[in-house]
Design a protein around this ligand. Structure first.
Ligand code: HEC
Ligand code: HEC
Ligand code: HEC
Ligand code: HEC
Ligand code: HEC
Length: 402
């Protein structure tokens, strides 16, 4: 009897110990699940809260614009000014609620509703956040605003060290250099298997002729203009603030300035063809004017080159289409499948051939379009109706007699 009780007690003790072990193990599991991973990369956090520089009434672009009128109007037309309202951005934000996206689109902490201090379990979809007591909704609507690039530690940052200003100003040319552009335009990282940041404009540019030629992001995208920067002040070296890029507007009622990266060399077409003769057309595209790949940045961008032969009634007889851009697969994991973007100074020939089979009047059209997003993806984001997807950058029609 005594022996049985001892054996039973030993058994119970073993049971309790193993159960405790189990609980302890579970606790360890739970504590792993609740680990907050700190934010370490520069784009994972906002730009710390900024105070209004002495002499100014707010950080708002609108208020800078009271004195810097021209620059303000230029900036208003830039995509920087609507990086938050961008319909595709809003659609994607709503879907995933990945707050880290805000750090390049509304980068100042003052613009963000929440202060994010870490990621639960390292997952971007579960940020650890507290409400921001200094959240400024007006400033949020200004997206990449003047203060994003010009205000730090209670000072306006310029490059001249001018003291005859209405605000406390410091000169910091190193800060206002292309390094500033690269902080958002050159980030490659994997957020999770299906979400990736792939902005490589800086890397594309760094290794090529543009750097050797002394041109950088600022000299091409903010060309210099002699003018007074505040009405009544003497003329000085200034920089245009349109930030022209693709030229594809973000809203149908928005003007958008673009740059042309491609040099287009057309071919000749004869006015009359005989039966059995072949129409051969070679279109040459050279990335002559952008120091980086064309297209660059967002991997969804692409160009389409379309050749079309139609008859007298407008019926299409033959159509060929070529695409310049990247192709990605997003599921099960983000992966680049191909990339035939034109490298700086790269030259590519696009050929079209058609054999005339009967005597008839033909119309031959060559068209180049530049796209932000495919129709399918715009549809998927629910923005098909309202989001300008592409612009025509070249169109030529030739009439031919058979
Ligand atoms: C009350 C008028 C006024 C307001 C408001 C104002 N500025 Fe200025 N700012 C000036 C004047 C005046 C100058 C000097 C003009 C000159 O150099 O020709 C100046 C110069 C500058 C410079 C050039 C400094 C340098 O290095 O030469 C920058 C950059 C600048 N302002 C940015 C801003 C920004 C950003 C805002 C809003 C946050 C702003 N300003 C609001 C009047 C104003
Ligand atoms: C030598 C001039 C030049 C330099 C240097 C340059 N760019 Fe561009 N960039 C262009 C041109 C031209 C385009 C228009 C290309 C097109 O769509 O035909 C462009 C387009 C863009 C676009 C729009 C995306 C697109 O595919 O149209 C972005 C974003 C951009 N550049 C950012 C930058 C950044 C960031 C830098 C610095 C790393 C930079 N650029 C340096 C000339 C330049
Ligand atoms: C994306 C960054 C960026 C934004 C946004 C931006 N600027 Fe600038 N700004 C610059 C850079 C870069 C320079 C040129 C620095 C240099 O090389 O001298 C500059 C120059 C200036 C200057 C000095 C004169 C000149 O034209 O060179 C003024 C004034 C100025 N900006 C005002 C503004 C105002 C006002 C806004 C908002 C309406 C604004 N900036 C938005 C980057 C920016
Ligand atoms: C705080 C992050 C940030 C900084 C700094 C920044 N950009 Fe941008 N830039 C963006 C974002 C985000 C967009 C896209 C906005 C959109 O499409 O909704 C953009 C758009 C552009 C475009 C237009 C692309 C198009 O579609 O036409 C150009 C050109 C450009 N930036 C150039 C520059 C240059 C030059 C600098 C440096 C003076 C700079 N950016 C600094 C974030 C930034
Ligand atoms: C490291 C800075 C950075 C972060 C973080 C970032 N973006 Fe952007 N975003 C950019 C830049 C730079 C551009 C402009 C690139 C260009 O014009 O080629 C841009 C452009 C866009 C555009 C416009 C594309 C177009 O065709 O004009 C959308 C939509 C967008 N981003 C969505 C997002 C979403 C969603 C997230 C979060 C998952 C995010 N961004 C995070 C820098 C950033």
């Amino acid at each position: 009897m005594k022996k049985t009780i001892i054996l039973l007690s030993i058994f119970v003790i073993i049971l309790i110990v193993s159960l405790m072990d189990c609980v302890f193990f579970l606790e360890k599991e739970v504590s792993i699940k609740h680990d907050t991973i700190p934010l370490t990369k520069h784009w994972e956090t906002s730009i710390l809260h900024q105070e209004i520089p002495q002499g100014l009434v707010s950080l708002s672009a609108k208020d800078c614009g009271v004195c810097h009128q021209e620059i303000y109007h230029e900036w208003q037309q830039s995509t920087h000014a609507v990086a938050f309202q961008d319909l595709q951005f809003q659609a994607e934000l709503k879907k995933d609620n990945v707050l880290v996206c805000l750090n390049c689109h509304i980068p100042l902490q003052n613009q963000q509703e929440y202060i994010v201090t870490g990621l639960l379990n390292g997952d971007y979809k579960t940020p650890v956040k507290t409400p921001n007591p200094h959240f400024d909704k007006t400033l949020q609507q200004e997206s990449i605003t003047c203060a994003t690039c010009h205000v730090r530690d209670g000072n306006v940052i310029g490059t001249m060290g001018n003291t005859n200003t209405s605000h406390s100003t410091i000169a910091d040319g190193a800060f206002l250099s292309e390094q500033l552009c690269l902080s958002c335009h050159n980030v490659v990282d994997e957020l999770n298997p299906v979400l990736a940041c792939t902005f490589e404009t800086g890397d594309e540019w760094d290794s090529n002729w543009a750097q050797k030629s002394g041109k950088n992001c600022i000299s091409c995208h903010m060309p210099t203009v002699e003018r007074s920067i505040v009405a009544g002040f003497p003329s000085r070296k200034s920089h245009s603030h349109y930030f022209p890029g693709s030229g594809i507007p973000k809203f149908y009622d928005m003007e958008s300035k673009g740059l042309d990266g491609l040099e287009i060399v057309e071919d000749n077409v004869k006015e009359t063809y005989s039966i059995g003769e072949k129409i051969n057309y070679n279109l040459v595209l050279i990335n002559s004017y952008a120091g980086h790949n064309v297209p660059t940045g967002d991997p969804e961008r692409f160009f389409l080159i379309t050749f079309k032969i139609s008859d007298l009634e407008g019926e299409i007889i033959k159509q060929d289409e070529y695409r310049i851009g990247e192709k990605w697969e997003w599921y099960p994991a983000a992966k680049k499948l191909s990339d035939n973007n034109l490298r700086p100074l790269e030259e590519r020939v696009f050929s079209f051939e058609y054999e005339v089979l009967e005597k008839e009047k033909l119309t031959f059209t060559v068209e180049i379009t530049k796209h932000r997003i495919t129709k399918e993806n715009a549809e998927w984001d629910g923005i098909l109706e309202d989001y300008p997807r592409f612009i025509v950058v070249f169109e030529k029609t030739y009439q031919m007699n058979g």
